[in-house]
Design a protein around this ligand. Sequence first.
Ligand code: CP
Length: 304
Amino acid sequence: MKNRPKSLISINDFTKDEILKVLELTAKFEENPDQNLLEGKVVGSIFFEPSTRTRLSFETAVNRLKGRVIGFSEASNTSVSKGETLKDTTMMLANYCDLIVMRHPLEGSVRYASEVSKVPVINAGDGSNQHPTQTMLDLYSIKKTQGTLNNLKIAMVGDLKYGRTVHSLLMAMSHFNTSFKFIAPPELQMPDEYCMYLKNKGLNFEEHTDFAENIKGVDIIYMTRVQRERFSEPMEYEKVKNVYILRNTMLNNTKPNVKILHPLPRVSEISTDVDNNPKAYYFDQALNGVYTRMAVICYILGIK
Ligand code: CP
């Protein structure tokens, strides 16, 4: 489609300046979340995969800004179940709304949808590929807790192979001279393409399998869930599902400023005894998603 509207599919669809601009806007929405900036606008929210936070924080964002939401949270009761293609579904929805928010299990599917849509599309997660609005809320959470995005040390822990949130966060943090520690079992290591991405930008990263030792000097511990739904063999999942569990006692020797982030949902990788530790930030992080998504929507729609 010629003159395609601006969409957000990969975090790299935003320049560093755009990222910073959206983070500024996010802070304004946190100060004053109830505004009527989306009055008269309809957002189409279509989720082909389960979601709690992303779907509901997008809906909350639109509702707080006085817009309306249409859509579905599972495709089985739509005409997709009769064989309607992603192209036709997207083109139809684009007739009904001003913006599409889409989650889909296939990598690249949301990019494809943005190419056939006459309205902007925001990627709410496509397979193991990207989750750019999660990244925006992660960046906001990091900046808010550390006071800066620059020169930080971040440990990414768990399923670095299938976890889309670490893939997009790594790309975004590469603008800010970050030092990375990748802590994963051999089966779930950061894919080569992302390691190459950092190498090409001249950035430091270390790969480790030991957990407790390697979280001591970092500013952010970014925990991830082992993504059961991406494994073709259930036994392979069983082997790694409890590979790392963060327990409260492990935080004793970590930096005073460290914050624990997790995109959630959590399964077993953070023990519940961590929840009341001031270093735990994952529930506040999820709240930041509402303000961040307000900012992303307004930025994509060109609403000042
Ligand atoms: N973080 C995240 O994407 O959560 P949901 O799967 O609940 O949307």
